[in-house]
Write a protein that binds this ligand. Structure first.
Ligand code: DAH
Length: 353
């Protein structure tokens, strides 16, 4: 019996030393200590021994069990450590690998220009007002002194939805809406940015949908000098400190007089270059003194109140400022085009620090 236990001890040691998984370790335990295991078998054999041998054999078997348990624990610790080491190795992060590039969006160039213009006018005390893109004939035309048979309607070929409703062709109707809605008929100082629509064929300088910013100031004794001063501040802010503006006579049904406003070329300073087509001047917006008919149609007394208005196209201003040669770039969302403005935005942010 002694030899048998000795052999079992040797076998257990070999098996536990060679064991290399926790699952296998459990199997070894069952093999030796399990209900039908080797120690159980030996215990049965011991039962049939005579009492003098029984005691010694019993002690040896207990000794084996202690020996096995001790070894089992050691092996278990070894295997647990090995498994942990393996897992840590597998899950190690290689911090020298290049990272995944995260693409961060940027402000759209048109939004950049509109924000910049809004900020300027807000700093001068203007409110920003928006109006509906689906507009009535009344506000888009009639109240702005453009009656049904007026030739100016041809200039603004429109998307009509019904006989009376259309996609607005300009942001000027917001002027009429704000004047109408002002029950006190007191002073107004607003700019109105928004989308407008015209039945134009899309090309480098035309788009069936584009944006406009309308400006309107109404008060007592407003003169063309106020308009000039305001637009000068605007031109210097957007195109640079040394800019000058000039007025040319024009025609819009809702203003009298009407003016076309040019800014001195920001590229050549006025000496002539391809951007200003060698004239030294660049046309940037339309403006004028609010027509008495418009004031009257919106409930204002033209004897008491006067005002100026202007309308500009942010696309044109952005195209000039950022040398963009095709209006369609603003709407096609090409990432290479848009990425250029990431840099401009960052430069602007650094400058303002
Ligand atoms: N609404 C005009 C257009 O779409 C632009 C404009 C010109 C607006 C003169 C004005 C203005 O308020 O005074 O062409």
């Amino acid at each position: 019996m002694k030899d048998k236990i000795q052999i079992m001890k040797k076998e257990a040691l070999e098996k536990l030393e060679a064991c290399n998984s926790l699952k296998e370790l459990q199997d070894i335990k069952v093999l030796f200590l399990g209900k039908k295991g080797k120690t159980h078998e030996i215990a049965n054999e011991i039962k049939s021994l005579d009492s003098s041998q029984k005691k010694e054999a019993g002690m040896l078997l207990n000794e084996f069990k202690n020996y096995f348990n001790e070894l089992f624990e050691k092996t278990q610790k070894r295997l647990e450590k090995e498994e942990l080491d393996k897992k840590l190795k597998e899950e190690t992060i290689d911090i020298t690998l290049p990272g995944t590039k995260v693409n961060v969006g940027t402000t759209h160039p048109l939004t950049m220009i509109i924000d910049e213009i809004e900020e300027l006018f807000v700093s001068m005390g203007y409110d920003v007002v928006e109006g509906p893109e689906i507009e009535s004939d009344l506000y888009n035309f009639e109240k702005l002194n453009i009656p049904k048979d007026h030739p100016a309607r041809d200039m603004q070929d429109s998307f009509y939805i019904t006989n009376e409703m259309l996609l607005r062709t300009q942001t000027s109707p917001v002027q009429a809406r704000v004047m109408d809605a002002n029950l006190e008929k007191g002073p107004i100082r607003i700019i109105c940015p928004g989308k407008v629509y015209r039945k134009d064929d899309d090309d480098m300088t035309h788009s069936h949908q584009f944006t406009q910013i309308e400006g309107l100031v109404i008060d007592e004794k407003i003169s063309i000098a106020h308009l000039k001063g305001t637009l000068e501040v605007f031109a210097k802010k957007i195109f640079g400190e040394n800019r000058e503006i000039r007025f040319r006579p024009s025609f819009f049904p809702f203003t009298e007089p009407s003016l076309e406003v040019d800014v001195s070329c920001f590229k050549c300073g006025g000496s002539g270059c391809p951007i200003c087509k060698y004239t030294g001047w660049i046309e940037i917006l339309g403006a004028g003194m609010v027509h008495p008919n418009v004031l009257r149609a919106c409930g204002y007394d033209p004897e008491k109140y006067s005002g100026f208005a202007f309308g500009m196209g942010p696309e044109r201003i952005a195209m000039l400022k950022y040398c963009i040669n095709d209006i369609r770039h603003f709407y096609t969302n090409h990432i290479h085009f848009l990425n250029n403005f990431d840099r401009i935005e960052r430069d602007d942010m650094n400058e303002s620090k």
